[in-house]
Write a new protein. Sequence first.
Length: 236
Amino acid sequence: MYTKKEDKYSFLEFKDDNFELYFSTAENNLNFNINTTIGIENLRNLKKWFNLDDVGYLKQTHSDIILNYEEDKKGLEGDALITDKNNIAIGVFTADCVPVLLYDKVKKVIGAVHSGWKGTCDLIVKKTICKMKKEFSSIDSDIVVYIGPHNKSCCYEFGAESLSQFENSGMYNINEIYKNGKLDLQKCIIKQCESENVYNIKCLDICTMCSSTHKMHSYRRDSKNAGRMFSFIIKK
């Protein structure tokens, strides 16, 4: 992992051949909240900072809706994007939920997923992998998954009354993902990947709520004052 500096801001950077993955931080209060003027301005700045043709994103609704990137789809509702287009960043906004970035090294397909607890319960990462397989003929052994900074099991308090929804998904063992009143979304997402025989999984050990090494936005910690981070992937 490297830190890429643009202007006065920092991004966590990963590169693999012609794939580039970035996770924004909250350093110098970099904010991508699309409901604010500065958030929209920073999205436009990404094109300049990273020399991009476009930046794709959706209006996130904690759904399991997965769309193919198209330039005119900005603002449509959904929580995951996939594409095989070059020099297009596709990304998701988070401030405690889990950003998941994926790519197929052979078919040259990329994906970006917003997985909060509802999306995790609805298996949105698994469904994104399935869509890559169905529409782009991706093979499980060629897919790489990055699980980005989020509210991790050290801090993510979750009400037991909602656990039945995870049990009903048929995917999770509650004793494995829920301990001492805290939910482990990362374990849930790894389980989804492994159910599709995807095992090349990279996990960033950064909690948005308590990290002392990287400054992150956290809605649980800062409530309405929290900004939004943008995690995105590019195929050059």
